[in-house]
Every structure is written in structure tokens, then in C-alpha cells.
Design a protein around this ligand. Structure first.
Ligand code: ATP
Ligand code: MG
Length: 392
């Protein structure tokens, strides 16, 4: 008996030609995820089904844990594969399979036979009832319930025969790479890693940009963002992280503009730079961790003024979440403990005591005119000199 996994994926989005793209992207992401698990695996597609076949000794829990992070997987079924050596042998195999797993349980079950190999000499119905009978002989404490069984014993007769009865839920969503690419503004906080995770879950490949302001923000703060990018990449796949030196722009704004407008003006330039870097690498949208009303720069007026500089759509998946709801996701995806490490991010250094909470676009634009002399050159430098690292 050979142990493997059958991967169930949602039907959504896999109609027609897209199906191949979807399946290929899913297999690629499964391979990537399993690189980190113990053992080597072959990921194959046969008759519209994806199987993960271990090639060496492997740790099943480890493999399942890795696959639970692959978007597009609806369920992971540990499966036992046996050769087709006649129906008598199949009865023995199914009995052995059940004995190994359900000897000390008093569950109800149903046998579900699928016969993809139409030449198989026993019909699906007959096979199901005969196999059920054999299971009852082997494990008399079990009983049959055809309507609401505790355990569905699936037997799929193909070139080989696949037996499985457990479906471990996957994360759902769509495989990364099936829905284009977007640029995540990744800070060291709680919200933006969650935002990146949520958009990646919809099949979007992500890159990230971090605005670093040395010496006002430390190397440790930068390292924290690299760590967060790595944590998100366990779900999203390898990610390019652009690190932009933002110090000169920030100081220039600080010198020229009213301090209570600093945050909002700074955020407008962050969005502009993120968009320019995104355009160069084929991104079709920006992603932020903004949530209405969370801080002064996220009032609906501030969001409108920030948004005004962007021509790409800005995706804000946590816009309607309360902080606790964002924290819950951060804990689920394991970014929370890193996010709450106490290293300053570049927004907190220059914040005014009383930042504007209802900025007026015309006033902000007028303030920005004071930056006319140098800002274009500074933006160009920031974009051109961004450091790029790939995390995975
Ligand atoms: P987060 O928890 O994601 O840091 P926040 O609640 O601290 O968010 P802000 O600091 O106002 O909120 O930032 C709003 C959004 O702007 C962040 O979610 C992130 O997408 C982006 N952002 C803020 N600071 C940076 C930075 N230094 N580099 C890149 N993106 C940033
Ligand atoms: Mg922040």
C-alpha cells in the first residue's frame, strides 16, 4: 500500500481554458510549499485530479501543514494507493485500511465507490455493498449509515485504486499566479501583512515595498519587515521586497510643509512611489492595510486625499475590519508576534501632535507646491535606488 495525498480544489474559476492555468498554478504552489517539508514529493495531475506522491520517507503531518498554506486547496485527503489485483484483493485492502484507522472507534460509515475504469468487472453499487459487508465483518463495532455517515470511505477505481476517508480542510482561495500581480505597501505593523495575505488568497501574486528612513528608523525595524515578508511568503510564494530610502523626502516635507500635514503628504508620496515601482514590475494594483477610522491618516477624508494620487486601483482588504478582527487573522497566519515587536516605523518618528484628520485636497496640494523644486528628482532617486531582495 502506497501512501499519498489527493488534493481537492474548488471548482470556482476552473472552467474551460482557465482550468489548466488554475491546475498548473496550483501544482507549482504545492511544489513550492513542499520544498520546506520533510521528504521529496512528486506532484502530478491525472484525469483531472492532483496527487502528491512521496518519493522518499516523509512526515505526513509536516506535509499536511505545508499544504494547508497553499491557496486553491479545498481539502487534503491522505490516500492509500493499491494495485488492481482483482476484487477479492480489494476487499482485503479496504478491510486492512479500515482496521488500521478505525479499530477503536464506534463510528457509522458509508462506502462510496467511483469507477473511472469502466471495464472493472464489478458495478459501483455492488462493489460498495460488498466492501461495506466486509468492513462490518472486520470491525463489527462500526455500523452503516447511508444518509449521514461519520466516515465516508471513498474507493476510486482507476488504473490504480485509491482509498481515502479523511478530508483535511485547506485554506481555500485561488492559487497564487492566477489573478495577476499587485504591490503591497508593507510596514512593520499588524495590518499590512494581513492585507497582503488576503489579496494573495484571491490568487494575486504580490510584491512588497517598504519605506525605510535611516537613521530615524533602525536596521532592526527593516529586519522586522523582511521577517514579515518572509512569513507572508509562506502563503504567497517567493516575494520581491523593494526597500525605498525615504529619509530625504521625509526631511524635505518636514522642512517645507506644515507639520500637521506631514503624515498625509508623506502618505501621498509613498503611494506615488509604490505605484511607480509597481508599474515597472507589472503590478496592476496597490495593497494597503488601511482600515476606516483606525488612525488620523485613515479617516475617510484622509483616505480620499491619499487615494487621489493613485491611478492604479488600491486594494484595502481590511478596510471594514475592526482591529480585533485584523489581529485574529494576524494570529492565524502567525505574523502577529513579529508585528508587535517594538521597533519604530517611519511614520511614528515625525508625527505631529495634532495631525489634520479632515484634510482638504486643495490645501494639501498648495502645501505640496512648496516641494516643487526638488521633489521630482527625489522621487526618481528613491525609485531608482530602491534595494530589492527576494524573500521566501
Ligand atoms: P500597519 O499595521 O500595516 O502598519 P497602521 O495601522 O500602522 O498599519 P499606517 O501607519 O497609517 O497604519 O499605515 C497605513 C498603511 O500604509 C499600512 O497598512 C501600509 O500598507 C502602509 N504603510 C505605512 N507605513 C509604511 C512603510 N513604512 N512602508 C510601507 N508601507 C507603509
Ligand atoms: Mg504602521
Amino acid at each position: 500500500m502506497e501512501k499519498a495525498f489527493l488534493i481537492k480544489y474548488a471548482e470556482i474559476g476552473i472552467k474551460g481554458k482557465n482550468r489548466y492555468m488554475f491546475e498548473d498554478a496550483l501544482m507549482k504552489q504545492i511544489r513550492f510549499a513542499l520544498e520546506k517539508a520533510d521528504g521529496t514529493f512528486e506532484v502530478t495531475k491525472e484525469q483531472g485530479r492532483i496527487y502528491v506522491i512521496p518519493q522518499t520517507e516523509f512526515d505526513p503531518d509536516d506535509a499536511v501543514e505545508a499544504m494547508k498554506k497553499v491557496f486553491g486547496i479545498a481539502g487534503i485527503c491522505p490516500v492509500v494507493i493499491v494495485e488492481d489485483e482483482g476484487f477479492e484483493k480489494l476487499k482485503e485492502d479496504v478491510a486492512a485500511y479500515m482496521k488500521e484507522r478505525y479499530s477503536d472507534q464506534t463510528a457509522t460509515f458509508k462506502v462510496n465507490v467511483r469507477r473511472a475504469k469502466k471495464t472493472y468487472p464489478v458495478s459501483s453499487m455492488d462493489a460498495a455493498s460488498d466492501l461495506g459487508e466486509r468492513i462490518l465483518e472486520t470491525l463489527p463495532q462500526l455500523s452503516v449509515d447511508v444518509h449521514h455517515p461519520d466516515v465516508m470511505v471513498n474507493v476510486e477505481i482507476r488504473t490504480k485504486i485509491y482509498i481515502y476517508s479523511e478530508i483535511i480542510p485547506g485554506p481555500g482561495g485561488m492559487p497564487v499566479g492566477t489573478n495577476g500581480k499587485a504591490m503591497l505597501l508593507l510596514s512593520g505593523g499588524i495590518d499590512s501583512p494581513v492585507a497582503g495575505y488576503m489579496i494573495a488568497k484571491r490568487g494575486v501574486k504580490i510584491e512588497a515595498v517598504y519605506f525605510h528612513a535611516p537613521p530615524y528608523t533602525s536596521e532592526r525595524a527593516k529586519q522586522k519587515v523582511v521577517d514579515l515578508a518572509r512569513l507572508v511568503s509562506r502563503y504567497s510564494g517567493p516575494m520581491r521586497l523593494h526597500i525605498v530610502n525615504f529619509t530625504d523626502i521625509q526631511l524635505y516635507i518636514y522642512d517645507q510643509c506644515p507639520h500637521e500635514e506631514l503624515t498625509i503628504i508623506m502618505r501621498r508620496y509613498m503611494m506615488k512611489i509604490a505605484e511607480q515601482i509597481g508599474q515597472k514590475s507589472g503590478c496592476l494594483g496597490l495593497i494597503t492595510g488601511e482600515s476606516i477610522g483606525q488612525v488620523a491618516s485613515q479617516t475617510i477624508q484622509s483616505l480620499a486625499v491619499t487615494n487621489e494620487v493613485c491611478t492604479m486601483p488600491v486594494f484595502r482588504p481590511v478596510i471594514g475590519f475592526d482591529k480585533q478582527e485584523i489581529v485574529d487573522v494576524a494570529q492565524k497566519i502567525d505574523t502577529y508576534d513579529t508585528s508587535i515587536q517594538p521597533y519604530e516605523d517611519c511614520c511614528t518618528i515625525f508625527v505631529a501632535k495634532h495631525p489634520v484628520t479632515k484634510p482638504n485636497l486643495n490645501i494639501i496640494r498648495r502645501s505640496e507646491q512648496k516641494l516643487q523644486e526638488k521633489i521630482d528628482e527625489m522621487l526618481k532617486t528613491a525609485v531608482d535606488q530602491a534595494e530589492v531582495i527576494t524573500v521566501s
